[in-house]
Each structure stands twice: as C-alpha cells, then as structure tokens.
Design a protein around this ligand. Structure first.
Ligand code: CA
Length: 713
C-alpha cells in the first residue's frame, strides 16, 4: 500500500515531463493513486475540486499577496458560444481540458494556449428547452488516458485524451424525458460517477456509476422512491424504498418527485464513501407533489453511499418536505477540523436554504449550522433534531410568502473554497427574495416547466424607479466564513447576485470573478482587494491554479449565464453577451486583451395592435412559461436576445414560425405547439409588444427598429 503511494508520487512528475514533449494531446494516464495524492502535486489540477476533498485550495505560492499586482494575461481563447461558462478546467501532463456551453470539450497546451483538439457532442439544440438554468457544463473528468463529459442530452462520453476522438458513449437517462446533464463527472476507483438535472420539469433523480473502461453501468442509486404502485427498480437503492416511501404521500411519481443529483458528488477516501448532494422536489410545491406531507426522502439532503457498492450509508436532510426549490446539491468540501479540541472529519456545505452546515462524515450527524445570509423561512436549526424551525406561512399555505433565500439560493452551484492556512471558507453568497404562492390552477404539462408556483406574483414592475428599488434588493457577497465558530470574518459586498466561484491559494490569496466581469484577487486574511482584471464579460465559473515548469498560472472561464441571468433582466446595463473565453494569467503576463462590447439595438417601435385582453392573456402565458429563460417581464440580461428589441415581434407570421413552428429550434427555442395554440402565441406577441412599447417610451426612441444582431447558439 505504502509502496504504491510512493510510486504514485514519483511517477506523476515523470509523466508531467513526458507530457510536455508531446505534440498532440497528453497521455493523461491519471490513475487512482494520482487522484488520491493530488494534494502532493499542486502543479496539476487533476480533479474537479482540485483534490478529492474538493477544497479548491492550491498549494502554489509563486503568486502571492506581495506580487499579485504584477499578474497579467498569459493567454486566452475565445469560444463559439455566448451562453454561460461554468466549467472548472482540469490540468494534467501540461494539457488543460475544459468544457463550454453545449457540452463541448477543448484541450489546450496549458503553457501556450495552443488548441490541441476540440470535441463537439452535437447536442440537439432543442434540448436547451429542458435545461432550467442555461445550456451550461461544469467540466470534465480525466482518467486512464480518457476525458469524460456528461452532455446536455444525457450522454456520458469517453474521449481519447490524446486525439480528442470518442472512445465510447452511453445514454444515462430516458431521453424521452426532460433530463439534462450539466455537472462534472467524478472518478472513483475506475468508475465514472454522473447525475443529472430536470426537477423543474418532472423527472426522478439518481446517480450512476459506469465502468471507465467501457461505459457499462455498475450501479445506480435513486434518490426518491418509485411511485406507490410501481415495482422496485432493481437498483442499489431498492433496500431504502420502504423507508423513503413512508415519507411521501399521494402519487408523487406523476412529476417524478425530483431529487436530481446535478452537481456535488464527492469521494471521501477516509470512509470509502461517496457524498452526493440531492436536489429539490418536482414539482417544487409540496402541496402538489406530496399532499403537503412528509419529509420526502432524500430530497434536499446529503446522502452518503458506499464507494464500492453504491449502497446507502447515512443522510442529512437540511430541508425536510422541501417546497422552495431548496436544493442541497451545492458543493461539498471535506476537511479535518479541530472542534472543541477534538479532531473531526467533517464535510462542509452551504446549500440554497442559507445554512452553513458542518457535518460529521463518519455518521452524518450535524455538528453545527448557522445562517450566512438573512432568512425569512426559518429561525434556525433545532440541534436536538437537526431540523430547521420554520416560520409561520413559510409554506405559503395561507397566501403568498416572501422568502429569503429563495429558489436562486443563498448560495448556488458556484464553488466555495477552503484554505487550511487561514481555516476559512470563502463563500460566494447572495440575497435574492422571491414571493411563493400556490398555483391553484396547476395542471401540469408533460415535459414543460412544472413547479406548481404562481410566477405572476413575481411580476417585474414597469416603471423605472420601482424597477431600481427591486434591483436594489438583490445582493451578492464573497464571505470569509469561520466554520468552527460559525461566523463571518470578512466580506466583499457586491451590488448584485450571481458572482463567480472561488479559489484559495497558499500564496495567501482568494481569487473570484464577478457578474460585472471583474476578475479579482483578495487578501485571504483581510479581504483587501489586491488585484483586478476586466474580463469584459461576467464571470461565474471558479478559477484554478497550476504550474508548468517554473511558472504558476491562474485560469478561469469567463462568460455570463445560468439561472439568474436567464430568468431576470435585473442586472446593470444589460446588453448582448459576447462569446465566452478562457483566461490564463501569470506574473508579468502582458498579452493584449480586448472584448468588443455589443450595443443593444433600440426597442422595437410597435406597429401591430392588440386588445387589452390579449395582452393580459399573453402576460399570464409569458410569465408562466417563457420568463424563466427570456427574463421576467421580457427583460433580458443579455444572454438570450431581449425580445423587446427583436423586429420579429412586429410580424405575426415570423413570430408564429418561431413559437409554433420551431424555426429557431437549433438555438434551443423549440416549437411550443404542444403547449400553445396560434392564438396563445399571438397573445404572447401582444404582451411582448406592450413591453417593447414601454421600453421605447423609456428610451425616448422615435426611430424604427434597427437590425438585430444574429441569433446565436
Ligand atoms: Ca431546482
């Protein structure tokens, strides 16, 4: 055992040298030891969170608090899509592997930026409709000479790391259902672990383990039970079905129940277990999903599974009977902490519900929980039971409830980091209120947006001053959190949510990009801003660090997108997003960089006329069906085209060809013929036209509509 570990330590640098001499991609023969010993090889970033502990802490210190002011661009690459960029790059043997929106994979020489290969899984554009939160991808896994990616249409693909050619591909979901994959695969003992998303539409969650050699399924764990009259799954979760079912009511299987494992999947070698973060219920509204009753296991939980068999070990459910889209999929960090003079092996997580949890990994017992942003749905956790204490009407059973945090989360997927040097967790937090009310008219639409919440009560006001007031309620912050004392140490306050993931380094630095495109370095102990770079487009992805030869690099994907920008135009100065980029920095880097800003075309001068009844009908349809991607109130943040500025709203035939006939299907805008009649589409056009007229008045625009920029995928 010890010999094998030592060999792993020696072999890795040799392989790194070998990789440098290759003209194509690398050999990338990552094995189990190399993954286990990742902390001893800070030159690489070999797995999603840096190491199996996923602390996102780099032990490199060439770039430090004294010299970070000299950090500059080494190289950059531009991609072919302006949709959100969420990936964590992987660096092994001198090659950087990353993914972009639409599940495309790239390999670059990590020192020079030369593109080695590109792999496009050719995800059908229409699948974008099933992606609640943009057509994003959070990265690859690398192992045994292969690069693994989960695609938006539910495939798991193995790619030859050297050539970029597909080795095998397996479909991991029922593709007739609205499943998507956006998360990064993880490698555990020769198996590739992958989950999926879709719990806004009506799916049932699970995590699967595939043989890395050939893509055959080894085990699958379902996170919610089969329906009350359905047979067992013949899966490793079968022994838990009875106790899961005891926590559900009615027929929860109609919309799948939810519980998708769409992000956190963490291997814990200390206990040979896999910790998975489980998502929200489907529909969100528990009254519809489970007659308003029961804890609904394992929604909104962390579940520990045996790493060999996939069998259940323990769970902790942060939000029993979830009814607010409070996923507990958020990134999980493993650490050894001294708590009350006892060394404890813990996991730390800050899920959407606003609690920072420290949990004993040996048995799943809650050690501590504290809110890191204001909460209106709870007054705290009862430490005797580990359950949250809910406030009156938090479940919106008696009219609307203004919840904070809400569906966008006090913290979403944007990774946090932990520095063993400072003992602090660096957490990208946010404050986004949302008014929940029961959708009394909910009937459900197969394959469509099915959350059981009345979105009309979150209508975006028209007049600019109210809009500014709503905008001012949205906040974001980088919080340095002491997980032992459960308290904030310092914070950087932003004037909006949805800022980037975080990297901490042994150089005493914390790196984070933000929604406004500032890529910044902060002093890890004080939060003082030490360096900043204007990326020219919002950053949501987490940075990484690696070293080639004597040079330390910092890399980050830039490109704004995801759930908040799609569903809300409440951002500063919204305009069409440029294409995404990969930015790589080093000390003394001075590569020129410029991102051309794309100006908004003017609001369309409306030439069609509509009845008030049509506009109102269109408002209801739009806000319930369209706003989650095109922005509430038809206000775009710039990721998707701002419909108020598209000339097609003046042309009934063109508009119908898009909404009913699916003319822009390849961009992700499917035909809505199964949900809307032609009359409905015309009513929606009327509502967008009314919003365009209002915008035109605000802009004082008298001229006709200019040509819009081309629709981009
Ligand atoms: Ca969700």
């Amino acid at each position: 055992m010890r010999i094998a570990v030592v060999l792993g330590v020696i072999a890795a640098p040799l392989l790194a040298l070998a990789g440098c001499s290759l003209s194509g991609g690398s050999s990338a023969v990552v094995d189990d030891n190399r993954l286990l010993q990742a902390a001893s090889h800070p030159d690489e970033w070999v797995t999603h969170g840096g190491t199996y502990a996923e602390q996102r802490f780099s032990q490199l210190d060439q770039i430090n608090a004294q010299n970070v002011g000299q950090l500059g661009l080494a190289w950059s690459a531009e991609f072919d899509t302006n949709r959100g960029q969420e990936a964590t790059p992987i660096v092994v043997d001198g090659v950087l592997y990353t993914t972009t929106a639409w599940s495309k994979v790239y390999a670059f020489d990590a020192a020079t930026g030369r593109q080695l290969w590109r792999f496009d899984p050719e995800v059908p554009g229409g699948r974008g409709f099933s992606a609640c939160c943009d057509v994003v991808n959070r990265g690859v896994a690398v192992y045994g000479g292969k690069v693994f990616v989960g695609t938006l249409d539910g495939r798991l693909i193995a790619i030859d790391a050297k050539t970029g050619q597909q080795v095998w591909s397996t479909v991991t979901v029922d593709q007739s259902k609205p499943y998507t994959i956006t998360g990064a695969p993880r490698i555990v003992k020769g198996r590739v672990l992958i989950g999926n998303g879709g719990a806004e539409y009506g799916v049932r969650g699970y995590v699967s383990a595939y043989d890395a050699n050939n893509g055959s399924l080894v085990w699958r764990f379902y996170t919610v039970p089969p329906g009350p009259n359905q047979p067992a799954d013949n899966a490793v979760s079968d022994p838990e079905i009875a106790r899961m079912r005891a926590t559900w009511a009615g027929d929860w299987s109609r919309f799948g129940g939810g519980g998708t494992v769409w992000d956190a999947i963490v291997y814990d070698p200390d206990f040979n277990q896999i910790l998975i973060g489980v998502g929200n219920g489907s529909p969100w509204n528990q009254r519809i999903r489970s007659e308003g009753r029961g804890d609904n296991l394992f929604l909104s939980s962390v579940v520990a599974l045996d790493a060999d068999t996939g069998r259940y070990r323990w769970h902790y459910q942060g939000t029993p009977g979830e009814t607010w889209d409070f996923t507990q999929t958020q990134p999980i960090i493993l650490a050894d902490l001294n708590i009350e003079r006892q060394p404890r092996k813990v996991m730390m997580q800050a899920p959407k519900n606003g609690f920072f949890y420290v949990i004993d990994r040996s048995n799943g017992h809650l050690i501590s929980a504290r809110n890191f942003v204001p909460q209106t749905w709870t007054t705290g956790v009862d430490m005797a039971t580990g359950r949250p204490i809910e406030t009156p009407n938090a479940r919106y059973t008696d009219g609307s409830f203004l919840a904070m945090p809400s569906a966008l989360g006090a913290h979403n997927w944007h990774p946090m980091a932990f520095s063993p040097d400072t003992g602090l967790v660096y957490l990208p937090a946010q404050e986004v209120p949302f008014a929940y009310s029961n959708d009394a008219a909910f009937a459900g639409r197969e394959g469509g947006w099915n959350v059981g919440i009345d979105f009309l009560s979150n209508a975006v006001p028209d007049d600019p001053s109210t809009l500014r007031a709503v905008r001012a309620m949205l906040k974001g912050q980088l919080i340095a959190w002491d997980p032992i004392r459960q308290r904030e140490v310092w914070r950087v306050q932003y004037d909006g949510p949805w800022n980037g993931g975080v990297l901490a380094t042994h150089g005493g630095l914390v790196f984070q990009g933000n929604a406004h495109g500032g890529f910044q370095a902060f002093d890890a102990r004080t939060g003082a801003k030490l360096w900043s770079f204007d990326a020219g487009t919002g950053i949501i992805a987490p940075p990484i660090s690696y070293r080639i030869g004597d040079t330390q690099y910092i890399a980050v994907m830039a490109g704004y997108g995801g759930a908040f920008p799609l569903s809300s135009g409440l951002v500063d100065n919204p305009r069409p997003m440029p294409n995404g980029r990969l930015l790589v920095f080093k000390l003394g880097g001075n590569t020129p960089y410029r991102v051309e800003q794309i100006e908004n075309p003017p609001a369309v001068r409306v030439t069609s006329s509509f009845t008030a009844a049509q506009v109102e009908r269109g408002r209801q349809l739009f806000e319930t069906n369209c706003g989650v991607c095109h922005g509430a109130g038809a206000m775009s943040s710039g990721v998707l085209p701002d419909l108020r500025r598209r000339p097609s709203i003046n042309d009934a035939a063109t508009f119908k060809s898009i909404v009913i006939d699916g003319a822009l299907q390849d961009n992700g805008m499917i035909s809505f013929a199964r949900y809307f009649s032609a009359q409905d589409a015309e009513a929606i056009r009327g509502y967008i036209a009314s919003r365009a007229a209002s915008l035109a008045r605000q802009e004082g625009a008298g001229g006709g509509a200019a040509a819009a920029p081309p629709a981009r995928r």
